[in-house]
Design a binder for this molecule. Structure first.
Ligand code: GUN
Ligand code: ZN
Length: 445
């Protein structure tokens, strides 16, 4: 089945050389040019889809004047089509504790996160939340996510089944944790290994689904459990590893106390074989250059979670240092520590976090971090992230007039960069007119 969508179309064709300079020269240079992310823009564009894959993208008049059979065209003129957003780090079980008041990470976990996660022992509850969570992602234009479950294997079953029913690309895993948490949420090194292995066999590579070995963080896993996770990772080189790293200062101090033989927090994971291709580390705030070199050399990637880092008072992500070390970075919402499932809102907070550090995030960078950059971070850029032909047709239809204020502002925009910037700063789910997954319009309950 061949069909097409007509609208303004924008995507990042490829990652150019990443910026490394800080300060206002960089800011000015990158607002003037669409570099460094090789933006491709068709003001009156056509996106042609065949069997759920991108067949072609280009100028509408050019493509429509080519010989061939007429195909159905959905007319979204006045709106902007962009690749589906990719959330590199989020907890589906924490949907119902978003916006919980007043704590930093370690207290927040005990006061809010652990109690809500206990409810996922009940598969019916896990299924209900999984469905509601994925519908929220789709409402926000997110078509792929890397998702933490809870310690219960059935939490992973629930989120995978819900993603499969929606045709979404999704990476998820059961959490591993066997200490420093309530007894009811503990597994052990052996069950962590066998349950994860069974889930890998059941879900990894099934359609658009992928498995992530998911030790919560080094604080809640014994050495024996980290060793079991490393053993599993060695047995399954193409599954992902997903964990938290160096988010909060008190957490980092506790890790130093618990693992006195490790040079750093990252070194703990590295000693257990958990820093490698397809390892994704959420936060990465309190790291040094040696850590960054290690992460880059081993192929690990970072999820930049600005709303969470601000909300939990954790710190500021140093994007330019990560890029200077050649580490792949994508955005993560980190709900429930994060305060929004919208990658537009997340990118808007990323801009402010970087601004505070004299770093720039031009509109092209925001789009890159939410699409192609995130696909690169997850090592899925051969499948998603832009409109290269043959990629999976995940896309979002953005409405610049999603609110009366954004309509006023975007009516005055004189370039796609200005338009994208205003939508990013003012945008949320009201600016998502439709979301398409593998070429099909998401039906959101
Ligand atoms: N570190 C360990 N667990 C968590 C969690 O659930 N959320 C966040 N933000 N950080 C964590
Ligand atoms: Zn998290």
């Amino acid at each position: 089945m061949r069909e097409a969508y007509r609208a303004s179309i924008v995507h990042c064709r490829a990652a150019g050389s990443k910026p490394s300079a800080k300060g206002s020269d960089f800011l000015a240079a990158n607002i003037q040019a669409a570099e460094p992310f090789l933006l491709e823009y068709f003001e009156d564009g056509l996106l042609v889809i065949e069997d759920g894959l991108v067949a072609d993208v280009g100028d509408a008049e050019d493509l429509l004047s080519q010989p061939g059979d007429a195909i159905p065209i959905t007319d979204y003129r006045g709106k902007i089509i962009a690749p589906g957003f990719i959330d590199c780090h989020v907890h589906f079980s924490q949907l119902d504790i978003i916006a919980s008041y007043g704590e930093q990470l370690l207290d927040w976990l005990h006061r809010y996160a652990f109690p809500v996660e206990e409810k996922f022992a009940d598969l019916t509850h896990a299924r209900e939340v999984a469905g509601a969570f994925l519908d929220e992602l789709l409402l926000n234009g997110t078509t792929t996510a890397m998702v933490f479950g809870t310690v219960h294997p059935q939490s992973a079953d629930a989120i995978f089944a819900a993603a499969e029913a929606r045709g979404m690309r999704l990476i998820a895993g059961k959490v591993l944790m066997d200490r420093h948490c309530p007894d009811s949420l503990r597994d052990d090194p052996i069950s962590a290994y066998t349950d994860s292995k069974a889930l890998i066999e059941r879900w990894h590579g099934k359609g658009r689904l992928g498995y992530a070995i998911t030790p919560r963080f080094a604080l809640t896993s014994s050495k024996e459990q980290l060793a079991a996770a490393g053993k599993l990772a060695a047995e399954y080189p193409d599954v992902w590893v997903h964990t938290h790293l160096a988010e909060n200062k008190a957490e980092v101090e506790e890790i130093a106390r618990l693992f006195p033989d490790s040079r750093s927090y990252l070194d703990v994971y590295d000693q257990f074989g958990l820093v490698r291709q397809r390892s994704v580390f959420a936060h990465c705030l309190h790291m040094d250059d040696q850590d960054r070199q290690c992460m880059a050399a081993k192929g690990g990637a970072a999820a930049f979670c600005p709303t969470s880092n601000l909300f939990l008072g954790s710190g500021l992500f140093d994007l330019l240092s990560m890029w200077a070390a050649d580490i792949r970075v994508g955005l993560g919402t980190d709900v429930g520590g994060g305060t929004s499932l919208s990658l537009l809102k997340t990118a808007s907070e990323a801009y402010k976090v970087l601004h505070l550090q004299d770093q720039a995030m031009p509109p092209t960078t925001a789009l890159y971090l939410a699409t192609l950059g995130a696909a690169e971070a997850l090592q899925l850029d051969d499948k998603i992230g832009n409109f290269e032909s043959g990629k999976e047709a995940d896309f979002v239809v953005l409405d610049p007039a999603g609110t009366s204020l954004s309509k006023r502002r975007t009516d005055l925009a004189s370039s796609i960069e200005e338009m994208l910037f205003a939508i990013t700063m003012l945008g949320d789910d009201r600016h998502v007119a439709a979301t398409y997954v593998a070429g099909s319009k998401a039906k959101i309950k």
